[in-house]
Design a protein around this ligand. Structure first.
Ligand code: ZN
Length: 173
């Protein structure tokens, strides 16, 4: 098991030291959404560019914060680039599942809504079980150890909540 944890740590540090898709995109056409995790001081800015076919044809990540928040954002950018909005939403559900967020038991301070964590996916509930079969989390699996440290879950999910907001904006536009 120690070997696996070492591997996970290496993956997280690699994304932290060499973040993928780092930068900015022109707005418009890209959507820019900022996320902030006051518990840790993490900041994530997601630039999302969706084409007419509903495909995320470009994504960029800016911001600063701890290794968990920044590496999660980097891995997320790789995972969603080239995917459809629908696939990206499924990835959000899958990642939150990895973070054990499908019930109302995180923190218990009622701040989830304020932080933009959508605990009740808008899509059909059966979607959560069946819809994630084709979703590959890849490097994101490296973050599963975060579940043991509840306060760090908000670091790991920050970029995903920010992405969810950006997807909403991209869908409305
Ligand atoms: Zn953090």
């Amino acid at each position: 098991m120690a070997g696996l944890e070492d591997l996970y740590r290496e993956i997280i540090l690699d994304h932290y030291r060499s973040p993928r898709n780092r930068g900015e995109l022109d707005t418009p056409p890209a959507h820019r959404v900022e996320g902030f995790n006051p518990l840790c001081g993490d900041e994530i800015i997601v630039y999302l560019q969706v084409n007419d076919a509903g495909i995320i044809d470009d994504v960029a990540i800016a911001g600063q914060g701890c290794s968990i928040s920044q590496s999660s954002a980097s891995m997320m950018s790789v995972a969603i680039k080239g995917k459809t909005i629908e696939q990206a939403r499924k990835l959000i559900v899958a990642f939150k599942g990895l973070m054990s967020i499908h019930e109302n038991d995180i923190g218990g301070d009622g701040s989830e809504t304020a932080l933009g964590i959508d605990l009740a996916p808008k899509s059909d509930p059966s979607d959560t079980a069946s819809g994630t079969d084709d979703i590959k989390l890849g490097d994101l699996e490296a973050l599963r150890g975060v579940v043991k440290f509840p306060i760090r879950i908000k670091c790991a999910t920050l970029s995903w909540n920010t992405l969810a907001q950006a997807l909403d904006e991209a869908t409305v536009a």
